[in-house]
Design a protein around this ligand. Structure first.
Ligand SMILES: Nc1ncnc2c1ncn2[C@@H]1O[C@H](COP(=O)(O)OP(=O)(O)O)[C@@H](O)[C@H]1O
Ligand SMILES: [Mg+2]
Length: 335
């Protein structure tokens, strides 16, 4: 339904998107995951025809978005990062205006506006001014305007960004309800978002596709990399040897504290909680356990992990993994 073929976008010297290719099948919800600045918004603007790529092309429902923009746009609904609302217009006026601009037949405008307001649950604010709406309602009005011309394809740029937890759940439910008769691409920089909503995930980092996978596989891969951080008052090599012997431990990295306490990073086999065993291994030898905590992997570290491990489990068409970037890990690990 959507094909992105070798798309590159340069802003002067900045390469925002670097030879990205992926496909989205009809009826699929694809998560487009990447940290800030990864190139998500740029890619979405290209798919929606709001901006031409420097190289490559995007095809929506069989129409090249540059060569047949009217056909492509007719089939595409776009929720930009910041929904383009007119602050002084009432919600229903705004949607009526957008419906006309989008070429909805006059006789159908009212029915369509009422329909999308019901679908996105904004009927209760129909008479409020757009500028007075909460962030959650603004996002929903943005989604409503994207749905007005009944497009098959929905491109949603960080639809849950800035929402509170309750609104996030509501928005997810809304998106899931739209699935099936729509093909959806949803961008996010939050990992749990994709596992909740999407069937497949394209991960981009620094403008390149680093993995294409299901959320299940992704979560398993990330869980496998979960690590504990320990600070131990004891002799470095002995501490390292003792922790290595703990059942379930798959890796131990020692930062010797030059005479002081040593810091250690311990990885365990998939999903296994080894905290008790680690603590008793330290304490039973008479060393001081100064700190023991799980290390939260930042999205950057997850990308690093995903790009350094074997990616044979990923689907065909995946870009070759980038080499690890030395020096990145140290800065973010203990933040
Ligand atoms: N109009 C622009 N001019 C110059 N650089 C831009 C412009 N828009 C985005 N960029 C740069 O392109 C990169 C990707 O940005 P963007 O697509 O917005 O990423 P994301 O949506 O994943 O946060 C960033 O480095 C950003 O600074
Ligand atoms: Mg963005």
């Amino acid at each position: 339904m959507i094909e992105v073929q070798h798309v590159t976008k340069r802003y002067g010297p900045v390469t925002a998107v670097d030879d990205i290719s992926f496909r989205v099948e009809r009826g699929e919800i694809l998560g487009f995951l990447g940290p800030n600045g990864a190139g998500k918004t740029t890619t979405m603007r290209i798919i929606t025809g709001y901006m031409p790529p420097t190289e490559g092309r995007a095809i929506v429902a069989g129409f090249d978005v540059l060569e047949q923009p009217i056909e492509a746009k007719r089939r595409t609904g776009y929720l930009p990062e910041t929904p383009p609302l007119y602050p002084d217009m009432r919600v229903s006026e705004y949607l009526t205006f957008v419906a006309k601009v989008k070429g909805v037949a006059r006789s159908q405008v009212k029915a369509r506006v009422d329909g999308v307001m019901e679908r996105t649950r904004i009927a209760d604010v129909a008479r409020r001014q757009c500028g007075q709406l909460s962030k959650g309602y603004r996002q929903r009005v943005g989604l409503a305007q994207a749905l007005l011309h009944d497009p098959e394809v929905l491109i949603l740029d960080e639809p849950t960004a800035g929402l509170d937890p309750k609104q996030i759940i509501e928005t997810r439910q809304l998106i899931k309800a739209l699935a099936g008769d729509h093909t959806i691409v949803l961008s996010t920089h939050i990992l749990p978002e994709v596992s909740q909503t999407c069937q497949r995930v394209v991960i981009i980092n620094k403008g390149r596709v680093v993995a294409v996978d299901t959320p299940e596989n992704l979560t398993a891969r990330v869980r496998g990399s979960e690590a504990m951080y320990l600070q131990v008052d004891g002799p470095g090599p002995d501490v390292s040897a003792a922790l290595t012997q703990v059942p379930g431990v798959s890796g131990v990295t020692l930062n010797d504290g030059a005479g002081g306490p040593v810091s250690v990073e311990v990885t365990s086999e998939d999903g296994r909680d080894v905290r008790r065993e680690l603590a008793s291994a330290v304490v039973s030898r008479g060393w001081g356990l100064l700190e023991l905590r799980p290390m939260r992997l930042s999205l950057e570290e997850i990308f690093l992990h995903l790009t350094t491990e074997d990616t044979t489990a990923a689907e065909p068409g995946v870009a070759p993994p980038e080499p690890p970037q030395p020096g990145q890990e140290e800065e973010t690990t203990h933040a």
